[in-house]
Design a protein around this ligand. Structure first.
Ligand code: ADP
Ligand code: ADP
Ligand code: MG
Length: 660
């Protein structure tokens, strides 16, 4: 077996690969850029080699630097992770020429699957069902429109070299097609240096289902069943699971057989993924093959017990697969949530910064579920603008899908992040939704369920109970600590202005009892784990454990329970009565101000003082995480002041333009 492996990647996937290497007794070399000098992966690896400045084009994407690092450390093999050089056939070929093992498929297989046009042709030849469309190159918008009319709208316009959800557009009409074709061509040239574009039928309301395959260098190929990745935002996966709630055994076997046939057709000899779109009627069509370890591979590992990184290493070394198809079976259900540094309340804008607090859920066997948390960062680390803004991949496994969803809900509650925006409340909302639980998924799910963006969910009954109980208990603890234990029994809890009368007591086991007097129900709160200063309130409410995120606020607290957050006030009935008579304070009118939604650089300011601006007109452009964000006027008005100019760095909430 290899004695030393170099990891040509960073972040969570580097940490993931190091863990398996350690278990196998293989030494590791971690390459790093300036931005990653103090990273967890660098700390965990046996050796580390600096390869350049932060931008990937000057470090992680430089094959020369990687090869130099291999030479300098005597590593025998390179694991490329995902992204970066992982699907670069020239890199794999170069390593082979230099006598270094590439822990991935052979370069010919990468080439064959490297672009969507040739891989689709190959798939069709191998008997794999493909999306109907036009597989030859299209040069002009006119030609695109003519072919589109033969296929019939809606149509997906795709860059052959596309990846990561980029270079994809849907056209519903000739006008869409003419415009979209030119746009995708330009985007593809810019992002991938390859402007080949093709057309295929757009499958309406589809699901994304993919098959994990695994091959060796002796002609053996198996599949490890499917993952469903239909919860996507802008064609990028957010929540994944295995198995898929759509498939029956027969469809699963048919998809698996096609994926294996395709892998065999290209002599596939490592871990890879064959992606399909599936109709709600279980029809399925090949999309593309990813010739690398997939981001969401942990859910497959959780239901099969196979370590895919270990299998990649063994196959790169030349070992035969130690199992056959019939040895593999699905055990239970696994879900993955991608935790991103993005602000769900602000249209999911990137929200980079330092992890001031980062509490991760306990991994391993919990009460009724298993937690796995793949993360590449620690408390105090920075999520920088240079790379993917993923903080962690949180997985929950359980014997059934329902229990896995419950487990994920708990694991999300047990993840606590401060210092930057994160999508945990959004992920919690998905876990809470009846539609998600019913398994009626589609790639339109997020659009359908959150048509106006995400604004949190209103607390349901259980979360309302959690808020009441946590706030009353914290209030008791605080007054006790202040040496002023109130013996008041009657309280009114205001949740976002809504009053709930509570009569407080203790039962024989010293648990807090809360009689909801208006509803005639009693809550029982025990095992309270909180003291002043803690941001997480843990306890057991009516025999079910929960964690809420809490902060003190005037007359009470702010409490977030999963996707719901609210101002919670704990008042005596007399004060509550006064509150009820007070007019609600009007929120400040912020529509006069255009503020930067995130830290970034001002690209341009499109208006000047005195200028008349109509609602919807572009006011400023901010660049962050290599993305340009266009800020538009929310209403008509005259520009009163401009407080930034092109090139200025700005912080979140900095005012850029003020209207009169
Ligand atoms: P997965 O199905 O594993 O989530 P993605 O397509 O989302 O795969 O890509 C995984 C990673 O690889 C992401 O970080 C993505 O940005 C990157 N990636 C994928 N394809 C490309 C490409 N052609 N060019 C640049 N980055 C890519
Ligand atoms: P990428 O290389 O960016 O991952 P894919 O070809 O895998 O590109 O497509 C990304 C996503 O776009 C899929 O997961 C699916 O949601 C959607 N998609 C792709 N092709 C189609 C299609 N023909 N019809 C409907 N949706 C599609
Ligand atoms: Mg894809």
């Amino acid at each position: 077996m290899f004695k030393k492996i170099l990891i040509a990647n960073r972040g969570e996937i580097a940490v993931r690969v190091i863990k398996t290497c350690r278990r196998m007794g293989i030494a590791t070399v971690q390459v790093f850029s300036d931005a990653d000098a103090g990273s967890l992966a660098v700390e965990m690896a046996d050796e580390a080699v600096h390869i350049g400045p932060a931008p990937a084009a000057q470090s992680y994407l430089l094959a020369d630097r990687i090869v130099e690092a291999v030479r300098a450390t005597g590593a025998e093999a390179v694991h490329p992770g995902y992204g970066f050089l992982s699907e670069n056939a020239a890199f794999a070929r170069r390593l082979r020429d230099e006598g270094i093992a590439f822990i991935g498929p052979n370069p010919e297989a990468i080439d064959a699957m490297g672009d969507k046009i040739s891989s689709k042709k190959l798939a069709a030849a191998a008997g794999v069902s493909t999306v109907p469309g036009h597989m030859d190159l299209i040069e002009t918008p006119d030609e695109a429109v003519r072919i589109a009319n033969q296929i019939g709208y809606p149509i997906m316009i795709k860059a052959s070299a596309g990846g990561g959800g980029k270079g994809i557009r849907v056209a519903h009409s000739d006008a869409d097609m003419a415009e979209g074709f030119a746009a995708v061509k330009a985007e593809a040239l810019n992002a991938f240096g390859d402007d080949r574009v093709f057309l295929e039928k757009f499958i309406v309301d589809p699901r994304h289902i993919e098959i994990q395959v695994l091959g060796d260098k002796h002609g053996n190929v198996v599949h490890l069943f499917e993952r469903e990745c239909s919860i996507q935002r802008r064609n990028q996966k957010v929540v994944e699971e295995a198995p898929s709630p759509l498939l029956d055994a027969a469809t699963r076997m048919a998809m698996g057989a096609q994926a294996v046939a395709l892998a065999r057709a290209v002599n596939y000899d490592s871990a890879g993924t064959v992606e399909f779109v599936a109709g709600q009627d279980k029809s399925f069509y090949f999309l593309e093959m990813n010739t690398r370890l997939q981001v969401e591979h942990p859910v497959t590992e959780l239901i099969t017990g196979v370590d895919l990184v270990e299998q990649m290493i063994r196959s790169a070394w030349g070992e035969k697969l130690a199992f056959e198809q019939q040895d593999l079976a699905i055990n239970g259900w696994a879900i993955e949530s991608r935790i991103y540094a993005e602000d769900p309340y602000r249209g999911f804008l990137p929200s980079i910064g330092r992890l001031i607090r980062y509490e991760q859920p306990e991994e391993g066997d919990q009460d009724g579920y298993v937690v796995r948390n793949d993360s590449g960062v620690r408390e105090g680390d920075e999520i920088s603008m240079f790379y993917d803004p993923m903080i962690a991949k949180l997985c929950a496994w359980a014997p059934t899908r329902d229990a896995a969803i419950d487990g994920m809900g708990r694991a999300l509650e047990d993840t606590h992040i401060r210092g930057l925006g994160h999508n945990i409340p959004f992920l919690a909302a998905v876990m809470d939704q009846k539609r998600f639980r019913s398994g009626k998924l589609s790639t339109r799910y997020i659009q359908d369920e959150f048509p106006d963006g995400f604004h949190g969910l209103a607390p349901d009954r259980r979360r309302t109970d959690v808020m009441i109980a946590a706030a009353v208990a914290m209030n008791e603890i605080l007054s006790e600590q202040a040496g002023d234990p109130s013996d008041r029994v009657d309280w009114v809890v205001l949740i976002d202005g809504q009053a709930h009368g509570v009569a407080l007591g203790y039962d024989e086991d010293e648990a807090l009892t809360l009689d909801l007097v208006d509803e005639g129900r009693e809550l029982r709160l025990s095992d309270i784990d909180w003291r002043p200063g803690l941001a997480q309130f843990r306890a057991v409410l009516d025999d079910v454990a929960f964690t809420a995120e809490v902060a003190r606020a005037p007359d009470g607290f702010t409490v977030r329970s999963g996707p719901a957050r609210a101002r919670v006030r704990v008042l005596s009935p007399r004060i509550a009565d006064l509150y009820a008579r007070l007019p609600e304070k009007q929120a400040a009118d912020t529509s006069r101000l255009i503020t930067s939604p995130m830290p970034g650089l001002v690209v341009s300011i499109a208006v000047a003082v005195g200028q008349q601006v109509r609602a919807g007109e572009t006011v400023a452009i901010i660049e962050a995480m290599k993305m340009q964000n266009i800020l538009k006027a929310e209403r008509d008005g005259t520009v009163k002041a401009v407080s930034a100019k092109a090139g200025d760095p700005v912080a979140a909430d900095d005012v850029l333009v003020e209207f009169g």
